[in-house]
Design a protein around this ligand. Structure first.
Ligand code: FES
Length: 378
């Protein structure tokens, strides 16, 4: 065989695993949407580039590869003709929802020799936190709890959230979430900042704790003088208002959040989950790869309370947080994720959060998803 010609481009990288993971990582559980959104009608989704059909089957939700093996028609267009099955709309091949086994080729009679010989791939599914979770991986799936922060399993809480599909690769979205500098500048105009004051810049370092990378603030600078330019401050016009998070003000911190003892405000972990811990609630956002150009953005805001306090938080979420934070604030992030164009890139000191995240991935070495649409015909 001919030796391969040398690549003229960039064939060397500091982070080869990360660079190859434009479709995300296999062997993780991913949240997709609210469980109550899945009914008897099939819902087509794309996860890590794989076409999947979600459908309710009693209390369970099933996930099948959304492709009839006969001629490749999406099963999500099919009919729910017999209990516990889906029939392909084209020639009526009928599959069991729980196993993916083709139990009848309706157009070839009851004793068709192909019956029970064909299967479509099924995916493990769980329902937690009101969300549907699907596992894309090889071998037996680990418990879904492995991929859910422990504090969300061990405590009572009130939760509000939203999910949507945004443009841009999931890695840009994850990097944006953990990116230190953008919070100080891009979000300078966010309405959320009416309630949350932000520093002008921080001195930070990244620490690794359990499975999390955490951005620790060693020094917080509320303003800075730039010779020839003037003062830069994030306090702006409302700086004299009695802000709940104002610097120097003694915090009363929710006991669950206090017990977590998180050394920094923002943390990230595989396969792409950001945690932003405020004194009274925690914001989580998952960057779930759809395909190379789209990311499913799942946001939860959690308050660890029961009873009246939980109900009050739910009202506050629906009346304000949903629009200010899960709306306008993170829409600013979505804007940058959509328009940015890297590499090439030139990094500066605050980008140590990005490089720590990439290094972490090289160390853990998860399995990058390969293009599932490439099929070998044997
Ligand atoms: Fe599905 Fe023919 S394509 S039954």
């Amino acid at each position: 065989t001919e030796p391969k010609p040398e690549s003229p481009g960039n064939d060397w990288s500091f982070w080869p695993t990360y660079d190859s993971a434009s479709l995300g990582f296999r062997n993780y559980w991913y949240p997709l949407m609210w469980a109550e959104q899945i009914g008897d009608k099939p819902v087509p989704v794309t996860l890590l580039g794989e076409k999947i059909m979600l459908i309710r089957d009693g209390d369970d939700i099933r996930a099948l590869h959304d492709r009839c093996p006969h001629r490749g028609v999406p099963l999500s267009l099919g009919r729910r003709q017999y209990e516990g099955t889906i029939s392909c709309p084209y020639h009526g091949w009928t599959y069991k929802l729980d196993s993916g086994k083709m139990c009848a080729a309706l157009t070839d009679g009851p004793s068709s020799p192909i019956n029970n010989k064909i299967s479509v791939r099924t995916y493990p599914v769980e329902q937690r936190l009101g969300l549907v979770w699907v596992y894309v991986g090889d071998g037996e799936a680990p418990p879904v709890e492995r991929d859910i922060p422990a504090e969300l399993i061990e405590n009572d809480f009130a939760v509000g959230g939203r999910w949507d599909i945004r443009q841009g690769n999931w890695r840009f979205a994850a990097e944006n979430g953990f990116d230190e500098g953008h919070a100080k500048y891009l979000h300078n105009t966010a309405l959320w900042r009416l309630f949350k004051v932000m520093p002008a810049w921080n001195e930070t370092r990244i620490v690794e704790e359990d499975s999390w990378l955490i951005r620790v603030q060693d020094a917080v600078h509320w303003e800075a003088d730039f010779p020839g330019l003037g003062k830069w401050t994030n306090k702006r016009w409302y700086k004299r208002m009695p802000l709940p998070d104002a610097p120097g003000k003694a915090e009363d911190i929710n006991p669950v959040i206090k017990s977590l003892d998180i050394p920094g405000f923002v943390s990230i972990r595989l396969p792409g989950l950001l945690r932003v811990a405020y004194p009274h609630f925690i914001h989580y956002e998952w960057y779930v790869p759809v395909d190379e150009d789209n990311v499913r953005y799942v946001q939860l805001m959690v308050r660890f309370e029961k009873g009246l306090k939980a109900a009050a938080f739910k009202a506050k979420y629906l009346g304000a947080i949903r629009w200010l934070f899960h709306g306008q604030f993170t829409a600013q992030d979505a804007w940058m994720v959509d328009v940015m164009d890297a590499p090439p890139e030139k990094l500066y000191r605050p980008d140590l959060s990005l490089t720590a995240w990439r290094r972490h991935i090289e160390k853990v070495a998860p399995v990058a998803q390969q293009d599932p649409t490439v099929r070998v015909i044997k």
